[in-house]
Design a protein around this ligand. Structure first.
Ligand code: NAD
Length: 691
């Protein structure tokens, strides 16, 4: 049962928030907290207070499930106001994390002390909200507007030493446990009392030294990045009010903006994804008894686009990694690329030079398999050729110690066929990273027929360590993400033949919220790569999937996308321009295939593409290659640019109308995935997924 405990230690009130596992602040808990503060305030012997969380953390946030039903800010602001109005010094003692409403509680206190391992932040925007209990008003008063804008609009967390440097924390308490923290906090508050330090509430601090134009500039700089979003813009409005209006006005604006966000479809979609991410991390296919293995040393095979990105993702997580290549020129090129990427990260300010140096020092290269002998995991990222991959796995099998994980980054090949090249298929798993692998959050973990529960458990824990969002996929062609990409890519190719242009498709997708259109993306990846894959599988050609006659002809013209200066588009550096020559080519192909061209609207484009995505997603879940529809959404949001604020294709479909989707699939494809038919009948995936 959640509780708030009030205990008097000499002349200090120790108020402990206790709601395992993370002390989430619910309405009931807020009321208990308020009662405890009021009791302490009435006690004439109390000369100060310490606010602390029981267990291993302070407060990790508000209880999300309650937010949509609230009328009065996140969780009622009364306890926050009462802390700030307390007439004796209140010290918030932080350990674990202080996030969202947790940090807002701490900001309402007069002082904040913390263990050095603490992390703090206001990540509300990540679920489409903004801090609703004074966070947008108090943080800029403490740390200045620039940092407050960056922290609240990005949701980024700060480590203790950074929080101390910028003024969120007043002191770090040495030690690593609750007892040292409490002792340190009690000493801190007693010292303030004995020094008779005058009390200053954060709300009374003045924000000075800013130009009003800062807000205009900030909005302009984020125009593209926040397209379609709501909460980020509201945060800027609130921080602007904090700087320009009296406290009461800014505080009231924040409450209104919070409500607006909490009532928006974006909050529903993003909070759905928040839980979807947690379900994906606990797949039913991993038995609870499977103990993940420890990973200390890693190997990567291939220092190309993916191998270098994967090596950086590992190095950033503190793992030593050795990359193996075929020759020293290839290896040098890869290692140079890694150093360059770290230099860019430093010049952009995303890493300090010492962090970059440390990461670089964890990466080394080799041409000899013997040097990988000690690896706990090896991730293969060589060219997409089954024979090359099998030969790599054969060699790895020869030298790796028992228990090591053999992972392949293949995007389309059969994981079981690769595993069969070894004597230990139970240790083989797909680890499908996305480019750039050190940036993109998704990791599709592909379970082969023989992949052991322990191997799967290990790769899932490893993903978490790399700060990736892992989804388990079965071993079907293209797994989850690329199988869906192929389905809706074919639909887009039909749309071209029926009357659309690549630029119209791309604009329609961008207007829907994708960061980049499909044809721009194909040009970026390289049309030759896809042509190679098509050639390899000509044999399974399906009449409904024409393997893009248009794209084959574009390749024949030597146009492989951005790298050759032309593909679907013409390129001037990164600038893409539509090309009349390609429009003529498409028209000619329509005539050749006897497809009558007609006017296609942007709505039709979006509906047909999303319908194709949803139908394929339903097929994947129905066939058991994904555990649930929310896993499809995670893959599409974290790996394929589906706008998170629309929840993912399967979530979107339920709101759009599964019956409409089903009818459209029948119209365009003749038959639908059985799961879609069942879901259309119920109007929901729930229930249909399990039957
Ligand atoms: P790439 O061509 O950039 O790199 C491949 C590297 O592997 C080259 O440096 C090559 O020298 C090296 N190599 C080839 N044979 C080797 C061998 N026998 N031993 C050691 N090294 C060898 O290719 P990439 O884009 O990095 O793709 C690698 C893998 O990742 C492919 O399976 C691809 O399907 C997959 N993948 C690519 C992307 C992407 O966006 N590029 C995304 C996800 C997955």
């Amino acid at each position: 049962m959640p509780s708030v405990n009030l205990r008097i230690d000499g002349d200090i009130a120790v108020i402990t928030i206790d709601n395992p596992p993370v002390n989430a602040l619910s309405m009931a808990l807020g009321n208990m907290l308020l009662a405890a503060i009021e009791t302490a305030a009435r006690d004439p012997n109390v000369r100060g207070a310490v606010l602390i969380g029981a267990g291993t953390t302070f407060v990790a946030g508000a209880d999300i499930r309650e937010i949509s039903t609230r009328q009065d800010g996140v969780h009622g602001r009364a306890p926050f106001d009462a802390i700030e109005a307390f007439e004796k010094p209140v010290v918030a003692a932080l350990h674990g994390v202080a996030l969202g409403a947790g940090l807002e509680l701490a900001l309402a206190a007069h002082y904040r002390v913390a263990l050095p391992s603490v992390r703090v932040g206001l990540p509300e925007v990540l679920i489409g909200l903004l801090p609703g209990a004074g966070g947008t008003q108090r943080l800029p008063r403490l740390v200045g507007i620039d940092l407050a804008l960056d922290l609240i609009t990005s949701g980024q967390l700060l480590e203790a030493k950074d929080a101390l440097r910028c003024g969120i924390l007043d002191q770090l308490i040495s030690g690593s446990d609750y007892d040292s923290l409490l002792r340190g906090a009690l000493e801190f508050v007693r010292l303030r009392i004995s020094n008779s330090t005058s009390l200053l509430a954060v709300r009374d601090l003045e924000i000075t030294g800013f130009a009003l134009s800062r807000f205009t500039q900030y909005r302009a700089a984020h125009e593209g990045k926040w397209r379609g979003l709501l909460a980020q813009w509201k945060v800027v409005d609130c921080i602007e009010a904090a700087c320009t209006k009296p406290w009461d006005t800014g505080y009231a604006l924040e409450a209104r903006c919070f409500r607006e966000c909490a009532e928006s479809p974006q909050f529903s979609a993003l909070s759905y994804l928040f839980f979807a991410e947690r379900y994906a991390a606990k797949p039913r296919t991993v038995s609870p008894e499977a103990t993940p293995r420890e990973i200390f040393y890693a190997g990567v095979i291939g220092a190309g686009t993916m191998g270098t990105g994967i090596a950086m993702a590992l190095a950033n997580a503190g793992i030593r990694v050795r990359i193996l290549e075929t020759g020293s020129a290839e290896l040098d090129r890869g290692l140079t690329q890694i150093r360059k990427s770290y230099c860019t990260a430093v010049s952009r300010g995303s890493l300090t030079s010492s962090q970059a140096l440390e990461a670089v020092s964890r990466v080394s290269g080799t041409l000899d398999y013997e040097d990988l002998r000690e690896s706990d995991i090896v991730i293969e990222a060589v060219i997409e050729d089954p024979e090359v991959k099998k030969s790599v796995f054969r060699q790895l099998d020869q030298i790796l110690k028992p228990g090591a994980i053999l992972a392949t980054n293949t995007s389309t090949l059969d994981v079981d066929e690769i595993a069969a090249a070894t004597e230990r298929p139970d240790a083989v798993v797909g680890a499908h990273f996305f480019a750039p692998a050190n940036v993109m959050r998704l990791l599709e973990c592909v379970k082969g027929a023989d992949t052991s529960p322990q191997t799967l458990a290990t790769i899932l824990r490893f993903a978490k360590r790399l700060n990736k969002v892992a989804v388990v996929a079965g071993n079907c062609r293209g797994f989850i993400g690329n199988r869906i990409l192929e389905a809706y890519g074919s639909e887009a190719d039909y749309l071209l033949l029926e009357g659309a242009t690549p630029w119209q498709v791309d604009t329609a997708l961008k207007t829907f919220g994708f960061p980049m259109g499909l044809y721009r993306m194909r040009d970026m990846v390289g049309l030759d790569v896809a042509r190679q894959a098509r050639r390899q599988r000509r044999s399974d050609q399906n009449a409904r999937f024409p393997f893009s006659q248009v794209e084959d002809q574009i390749c024949e013209m030597g146009r492989f996308g951005r790298k050759t200066g032309a593909g679907y588009y013409r390129y001037d550096g990164r600038r893409a321009t539509p090309d009349a020559e390609i429009e003529l080519l498409i028209q000619k192909t329509s005539r050749m295939l006897d497809v009558r061209r007609k006017l296609i609207t942007d709505d039709e484009i979006v509906n047909r593409l999303l319908t194709a995505m949803v139908n394929e997603g339903a097929a994947i879940v129905g066939e058991g290659y994904a555990a649930r529809t929310s896993d499809i959404d995670i893959v599409y949001v974290y790996g394929y640019g589906f706008p998170g604020y629309k929840g993912g294709p399967m979530y979107w479909a339920e709101r759009y109308g599964l019956r409409k989707i089903y009818d459209a699939v029948l119209k365009h494809r003749g038959k639908s995935a059985p799961l879609l038919a069942r879901a259309a009948e119920r109007g929901s995936w729930t229930g249909a997924e399990d039957s």
